[in-house]
Design a binder for this molecule. Structure first.
Ligand code: ZN
Length: 385
């Protein structure tokens, strides 16, 4: 008997083990009664314990529910206490009931239908088959929070066919009634659902959107309700306070301050790049009459390329190699102002790849490669040939 289906507020139950054994998944027990939600409809399974042992996995079949435990189940007594993590369950009840409310509001206001739904410990979302603009979303949230504040009773119904026929709140009446479980929010909504819910909308406390993702034809609404919403607010507030203190601006000035900082960083990155190019040009050494080499640490491929071109203006018709190193590799750029049909650069790099366990390639006049730093001297000898 699934007690959570009639009363989502039961946190524990003393019940009898009806079956115990081992299968390909592990050691399991089956219970006469349960308060543990096994998962489904986008709501995760409860975190729960049987006689103090955490349930590792729950497997539902047509006529049984298997609870897997990491113990020798033969040692368990016949009667056991089954207990759920109530804090986590109530959080899911708040999110899930909030979802019923927001989804129905979207349906009423914008004829939206849910196409996907999912809840995790950190995030809740559902996808609807319409696109909503900012004003529409605000309207939907305002209406949803009105419903929450209106303290509407949330009831669980197991209707007969006649009772079902009398219900008029459906947007999509169910096509069957056997074993049908309905969740009715007073005069606002009724829908078939197997999940767990709070008993009054006031317990949802509030609903807010945490993220809205627009797709081609659909919208995903990420939301938070109840305690989770308060906790997220607190966390975000702490982050904002830290940021405003650091940036020395009020919250509504953060975006602009950040943008200005990005521009400053970009400017100095440009200055550093320029400096690095100049360093590479200044460091250029004629290792042989036909080969010029220059190396600095921590620069980018673009700077290697720019510097090589500048060096080629000083040493035309020579093979130019600019390089940069990090801990264990050497990245290099080869440049030749005029292609040498006997030694196309791309081919030189491919040969170097084979010889020195490197990678890269290029055209007849230029290319980029990377080799292990230990092979640097061997590469230079090879390039000087
Ligand atoms: Zn539900």
């Amino acid at each position: 008997m699934e007690k959570y289906a009639q009363n989502s507020y039961l946190t524990e139950i003393e019940t009898t083990i009806t079956e115990r054994g081992k299968d390909e998944i592990g050691n399991f027990v089956c219970l006469k009664e349960t308060v543990v939600y096994p998962g489904g409809g986008g709501q995760p399974a409860d975190c729960a314990w049987i006689a103090g042992n955490p349930i590792l996995k729950i497997q539902k079949t047509a006529d049984s529910v298997f609870y897997y435990l990491d113990i020798d189940v033969e040692t368990l007594p016949e009667k056991v206490l089954v207990k759920i993590n109530w804090e986590q369950r109530f959080d899911f009840m708040q999110q899930h009931t909030g979802q019923h409310i927001l989804a129905r509001v979207c349906e009423d206001l914008f004829q939206a239908r849910i196409t996907k739904e999912q809840m995790t410990l950190k995030d809740s979302f559902f996808e609807i088959d319409v696109k909503l603009d900012k004003t529409q979303l605000q309207t939907a949230l305002k209406r949803s929070n009105e419903i929450i504040r209106a303290q509407k009773q949330v009831s669980i119904l197991f209707p007969t066919e006649e009772e079902l026929a009398k219900e008029t709140l459906f947007t999509a009446p169910p096509k069957y009634f056997k074993d049908l479980r309905l969740i009715k929010i007073a005069d606002f909504d009724i829908i078939g659902c197997g999940g767990t819910h709070v008993k009054n909308t006031a317990e949802v406390q509030a609903i807010a959107l945490t993220q809205v993702k627009e797709h081609k034809k659909t919208t995903t609404l990420h939301f938070a309700c109840g305690n989770r919403l308060l906790q997220q607010f607190e966390t975000n507030q702490k982050q904002l306070t830290a940021l405003t203190l650091q940036a020395n601006v009020p919250v509504d000035g953060l975006a602009l301050a950040f943008q200005e900082q990005q521009q400053t960083i970009k400017f100095y990155q440009g200055q550093v790049a320029l400096y690095q190019v100049n360093e590479l040009v200044a460091n250029a050494k004629e290792l042989t009459p036909h080969f010029i080499y220059s190396e600095i640490t921590d620069t980018e491929a673009k700077e290697l390329q720019t510097a090589a071109k500048k060096i080629a203006e000083i040493y035309p018709d020579k093979l130019i190699c600019t390089a940069t190193s990090d801990e264990d590799s050497l990245r290099y750029h080869l440049y030749l102002k005029t292609a040498d049909p006997k030694r196309p650069i791309g081919q030189v790099i491919r040969t170097a790849n084979q010889k020195f366990a490197g990678r890269g390639g290029g055209s007849p006049t230029k290319g980029d490669g990377t080799i292990p730093y230990l092979q640097k001297d061997a590469l230079l000898r090879f390039l000087q040939q």
